[in-house]
Design a binder for this molecule. Sequence first.
Ligand SMILES: [Zn+2]
Length: 402
Amino acid sequence: MKSFYNLPKEIYFCEKCVLSNQVPSSIPEFLHKPSREGSKYLEINRDKNGRRTCAPCKVHEMKNKTDWDKREKELLKLLDKYRSKKGEYDCVVPGSGGKDSVYAAHLLKYKYGMHPLTVTWPPILYTDYGYQNFKNWIEIGGFDNISLKPNGKVQKILTKLSIENLLHPFQTFILGQKNIGARMAAKFKIPLVFYGESDAEYNNPISEFSAIRDQKYWLNSNKNKFYLSGLPIKKLMNNYNISFKDLQNYLPLDKKELGNTKIKYCYLGYFIKWTPQEAYYYSVENTNFKARPFRTEGTYSKYNSIDDKIDDLHYFTSYIKFGIGRASYDASQEIRNKHITRDEGVKLVSKFDGEIPIRYIDEVLDYLDIKKASFFKLVDKFRSPHIWKKTKNKWKLRNPVY
Ligand SMILES: [Zn+2]
């Protein structure tokens, strides 16, 4: 059976959570060609008892065996080396004011005495809750913040093209957000960038669960090779009359931008035991973080990734392309943290995964100037035959999680 996007043809699931081997890794987004979503897919290997275990579950098991006191000492040593005595910015915390960035910035400033500069790549279309949480982060939490809203005209073109070419409504946001920490650190010559959780806790290889990330990751070597929105950079510039400057924020830094600053990129989640629920309670308490009073479409949760109206559509398209929707990610994380059992997770996935996000869809498609009927026609083109079958005019997953 044919598979799109170079996806593994045989579909199987982690036996501990509900993720499958079809989940794309988030690196390197900027290299995507139209036919490829990611260069790698979720690692699932057998553990010593023969049970299929995905990388995030393995990372979780490693976390359970970690001596966290020792890790915190490592963190203190690192921070002591970089803490500014004059109160200058000594670290960058990229974020939106969601629970994870609140937690990271607040701990660094108030528990560890650092002087963070928070930096934000704002959502494409803010939700009211997202904007209020962002304001509370800065105003109640007490942080300096730099938000970089990119050229809106260009962002709209790129976002529309990402949908048409890759069915990826969130590519511009993901790329901008990924690169803004390094970009601002270089601009202001700040030596540390702190993220919260490692991507290895979601979809990336285990090797990425480490204290410090290599600078090379944020450096671009040959911009002519890159693709954005499924098109080569040069074509994008020529056909749409976009300058390189207007694309730069979506790309990793080049050597000139970086200059001589040596930057360390760290995950706080490597040094302290990070649980999403705790980050949530902490941010409620410290910056009056608010979950939405309603369930997020496509899942059962109310507090994960609620800033951008486009986010719900992003998870819906992930369900179309990979058979994995938002409830699968939420349930997997909660299974690992023992908030629900795997059986409960399977039920939640079959109930909520792939639900069409109707709350914002009209507004989002209006903004992008895409007709709803043509959007759904497009959606069907991105269903890989090895994931989907059509019976009695209805699309069904060939291999739902069980
Ligand atoms: Zn797993």
